[in-house]
Design a protein around this ligand. Structure first.
Ligand code: SF4
Length: 478
């Protein structure tokens, strides 16, 4: 995975909370360490800020900039002693990288103390904010997550019932949201009706919880109960959970990019092993776009599992021809352009004796801008590779994501408006092939209608101003 476009323009009334991870627990024991370790397991979903909210007579939220282990230590966690709580890790681009936008967001509204952690992006946040402002409600951030929590507070107090207020809010939100919500000492988990972002229910010793990915429960030696269903509202209880039913939409729109790149390979999302999907992507890619070569080399770490699949299917040996410096952060996560360029050079080093005079199949999960891929191809060639054939485990990204992944500016996608041959020339590869959309769908194993493919097709599962969207049931179904 190479770097995303950087000139993202925040639309009025919207500030994204993409690349996030959420957790929540209710138990018979102090759950602060559960929250801490779960957030550490989800650190790949956001590295700029993190926060924990617990209930001790009132909701107490502690947030900070940086990694989870930089913000919290044993002493600070002791102060968060509680049997209910939620947590959040967040990534954002440079403009919104402030403590003010860190989560959980806490408000003291007419429905009581409420705190929220949000993974996703609300497309109609601007309109909803205007509506709430017209009702005399003021905002302290530009975050779409603040729009959600203030709308929840408004609807809950208006309807006099928490679950009805949540349902009413869901009927008004358009976009992606996996939420953890505290209302005083009660903890809820909510997933949007299209189940765009992941959210899984699990249990650990003496507590029940939810997390963005199943790895959080693996880390805690717990187990998965099940995925939160599309449009489901769950309340975590100290010895179980209550489901208040789902809002069926007729189909889902799971983000294909969670499987291709974003989630951890050891996670299981909506019943699919991310590792297996990535390996399938590599296998199908090998069938669709074979090449005569001596070795298959992954771009570490993002292309490793895809490359394993490609090697297995093609019979070409898998070789670690590029070594990654593990003490440099992921390129994708660095908001600053100059910082990223320097980090690429720090990050990868070719193993010259294994690539010298070899015809290489270089496999990665995706290409966004193409800068990194061009550098890697040139690095391999200047280190002695005879040929470099690039194979990509997702179809070309040609359109922005408005639903929670940081890919926003059409003009900077290398594939937008260019042929594969034009892209090949730019990245200086001897050949280039992407997996087909049909191949991607086959690898993930859901029906086409149950996946979001917006950034590949320009057709989105929810209404986005100025973009095409696929037909779906109206919000009246709520
Ligand atoms: S547009 Fe692409 S990245 Fe965004 S939710 Fe849809 S599939 Fe995922």
């Amino acid at each position: 995975m190479d770097s995303p476009p950087q000139d993202y323009v925040i639309m009025p009334g919207r500030r994204r909370n993409d690349h996030c991870g959420v957790v929540g627990f209710n138990g018979k024991v102090n759950i602060s360490l559960y929250l801490y370790y779960a957030l550490r397991a989800l650190q790949h979903r956001g590295q700029e800020s993190a926060g924990i909210g617990v209930f001790n007579n009132k909701i107490i939220v502690t947030r900070g900039m940086g990694l989870v282990n930089e913000i919290f230590n044993l002493d600070s966690l002791k102060k968060l002693n509680s049997n209910v709580g939620i947590g959040h890790v967040r990534y954002s681009t440079s403009g919104s990288s402030t403590i003010n936008n860190a989560q959980p967001i806490l408000i003291h509204g007419s429905a009581g103390d409420m705190a929220i952690g949000h993974n996703g992006e609300i497309s109609n946040a601007g309109e909803l904010k205007e509506f709430l402002e017209s009702q005399g409600i003021s905002f302290s951030t530009e975050s779409d997550s603040e729009v959600i929590i203030r709308l929840l507070s408004y609807n809950i107090s208006k309807m006099g019932n928490i679950v009805e207020g949540i349902r009413k809010t869901m009927s008004m939100l358009i976009g992606s949201y996996s939420l953890v919500l505290m209302i005083n000492n009660r903890v809820f988990a909510i997933r949007d009706p299209l189940a765009i972002r992941p959210l899984v229910l699990g249990e650990v010793e003496n507590a029940v919880g939810v997390a963005s990915e199943s790895v959080a429960f693996d880390t805690l030696n717990g187990k998965i109960i099940r995925d939160i269903k599309p449009g489901e509202i769950i309340e975590l209880k100290e010895d179980g959970y209550l489901s208040f039913g789902t809002i069926e939409n007729g189909h889902m729109a799971h983000c294909m990019f969670e499987y291709v790149y974003f989630a951890r390979a050891d996670s299981i999302i909506d019943g699919r092993s991310v590792y297996d999907v990535r390996k399938n992507l590599g296998k199908i890619l090998a069938r669709e776009s074979p090449v005569e070569a001596d070795i298959v080399v992954p771009v570490p770490d993002s292309g490793r599992t895809h490359a394993l699949g490609y090697a297995e299917e093609s019979g070409i040996p898998f070789v670690e021809g590029l070594m990654k410096n593990r003490y440099v952060d992921r390129t994708f996560i660095i908001p600053d352009q100059m910082g990223r360029i320097q980090e690429i050079q720090l990050k990868l080093n070719p193993v010259k004796n294994v690539i010298k005079d070899k015809k290489i199949v270089l496999v990665d999960d995706s290409i966004v801008r193409g800068n990194t891929m061009k550098k890697i191809v040139n690095l391999l060639k200047s280190s002695g590779a005879k040929e470099v054939h690039v194979r990509i485990g997702s179809p070309p990204i040609i359109a922005p994501c408005y639903l929670g992944i940081d890919m926003k500016t059409r003009s900077e996608f290398i594939a937008a408006g260019k042929s594969i041959e034009e892209i090949r020339k730019i990245i200086n590869a001897d050949s280039l092939a992407y997996i087909s959309i049909d191949g991607l769908i086959e690898a993930i194993g859901f029906n086409r209608d149950d996946l979001c493919l917006g950034c590949l097709t320009g057709i989105y599962p929810v209404k986005i101003k100025g973009e095409k969207y696929r037909e779906q049931k109206s919000l009246d179904i709520y």
